[in-house]
Write a protein that binds this ligand. Structure first.
Ligand SMILES: *Cc1c(COP(=O)(O)O)cnc(C)c1O
Length: 433
């Protein structure tokens, strides 16, 4: 028997996160005040975030140590995670390429998002914060933050986009199991929510609206901070544990990946998986190529504009320089809820602009066909978001076959799809368009 998995022991788990900021092709443009359009001082973020996270947001250190308590929590969340070979998929495709996938689906919350939620809950707890407010679209981020708050003794208030609140009862209940308060957004708890409900009592909500509500709640509540699951630099930083582990795993294999592939919503799992390798690439130490995959109907990186835009719908957040479809963009209701965001992280956006990262986009149906192929060969049912990366990896493996090249393809398996079976039902019943 030959192993299809590269594992690391807990002792081998990386002890620091990689910060790409000092290695970027150009300095990252500062966030701007939404009113004055002037650059924002880091201390202006203090009503929203604890000091430690603000320091990480603007840090110019290449590495930031991971606190022991966070490493301990990572272990509970199944870190280090295996790098696994998809040999059955390779056989089906008759490709000479090797396909690897990094198992972020093994977290008890079901996705990579615990890598940052655990760190964020820890730093808030250390600074004496009692509660965190956040938004969630499809529910993965809300689940990850609920788990983390519960672990570090914080209260958690989640504003969940009304459409998913109604359609995804199991995500909602998972958050409640971990002790979170879950409110459908728009809600009656905030001025912004009340205003929208007055215009339309059946408002389906959106991620941008839920962000506005969580921020309003934070500012109006005592000893409460806000928490964001993607886009910001400190979130990308925490996710780099994925890529650092992957790097050690490729060293054990004595191989170098030709391609690293990840799906992009706000960009955090992609950044976490690729940034340690991107750092090497920028120093000309590797030839690896980076492929960012998004849905055709939310094409921020492939068809958006590179400009300053708000992170939310109400225009309350600072302006960020990024690829964006416009903060009032209303994405169609695809099953990959985590990819329905109008922008993308400023770090990932800059790397796309400099052509270090190549973006591609696929249609929902071809993405589900890829997901089915993966589930049938490897036995794991992928999240619809993750399936975008699978589709891209399969295309690369087919190209390798055409050119008869033994390419090494690695994708980030950002999460499982066990709570997304509604999407699979639609696909299997032939009702997906
Ligand atoms: C949230 C989520 C995504 C998208 O968010 P990123 O910040 O772009 O990583 C992708 N996959 C899964 C499984 C998710 O839960």
């Amino acid at each position: 028997m030959k192993s299809i998995r590269v594992t690391l022991t807990p002792e081998e788990m990386p002890r620091k996160w990689y910060n790409i900021l000092p290695d970027l092709p150009e300095p990252l443009a500062p966030p701007l005040n939404p009113g004055t359009k002037e650059p924002i001082k880091p201390s202006d973020f203090e009503p929203l975030f604890p000091k430690a996270l603000i320091a990480q947001e603007v840090s110019s250190d290449n590495y930031i140590p991971i606190p022991d308590e966070v490493l301990q929590a990572y272990m509970i969340a199944n870190r280090p995670s295996p790098l696994q070979r998809a040999e059955n998929l390779e056989k089906l495709l008759k490709t000479p390429a090797k396909i690897y996938f990094k198992r972020e689906d093994l977290s008890p919350a079901g996705s990579h998002k615990t890598n940052t939620s655990l760190a964020q809950a820890y730093y808030n707890m250390k600074e004496g914060i009692e509660a965190l407010a956040t938004e969630t679209g499809a529910g993965q981020w809300g689940t990850a933050l609920s788990l983390a708050c519960n672990m570090f003794g914080l209260k958690c208030k989640v504003f969940m986009v009304r459409a998913s609140y109604d359609q995804k009862p199991y995500r909602r209940e998972m958050m409640r199991v971990y002790g979170a308060e879950v409110h459908p957004s728009p809600s009656t708890l905030t001025d912004f929510g009340n205003k929208l409900l007055k215009e339309n009592p059946k408002h389906p909500g959106s991620l941008g609206i839920a962000i506005s509500e969580a921020m309003e709640t934070t500012v109006k509540s005592k000893n409460t901070k806000y928490s964001l699951g993607s886009v910001l630099n400190h979130v990308m930083l925490h996710q780099t544990i994925i890529g650092e582990e992957t790097m050690l795993q490729f060293k054990k294999l004595d191989e170098q990946p030709d391609y690293l592939v990840g799906c992009v919503g706000g960009g955090s799992n992609f950044a976490g998986f690729t940034f340690p390798f991107v750092g090497e690439k920028l120093k000309k130490k590797t030839k690896t190529e980076f492929i960012a995959v998004e849905p055709k109907v939310v094409p921020s990186l492939t068809a958006g504009r590179y400009e300053y835009d708000f992170g939310d719908t109400a225009g309350m957040t600072p302006l960020l320089l990024m690829y964006t479809l416009g903060h009032d963009f209303v994405p169609s209701p695809i099953h990959a809820g985590g990819l329905r965001y109008h922008g993308a992280a400023p770090t990932v956006s800059q790397l796309v602009k400099h052509k270090v990262v190549k973006p591609v986009a696929y249609e929902q149906k071809e993405v589900f066909e890829a997901a089915m192929m993966f589930a049938k060969t490897e036995g794991i049912i992928p999240a619809p978001e993750t399936s975008h990366a699978i589709k891209a990896a399969i295309e690369l493996a087919k190209e390798a076959k055409k050119n008869n090249e033994e390419k090494i393809i690695a994708m980030n398996f950002s999460g499982h799809g066990l709570l997304d079976l509604g999407g699979y039902q639609q696909f299997l019943d032939g009702k997906m368009v």
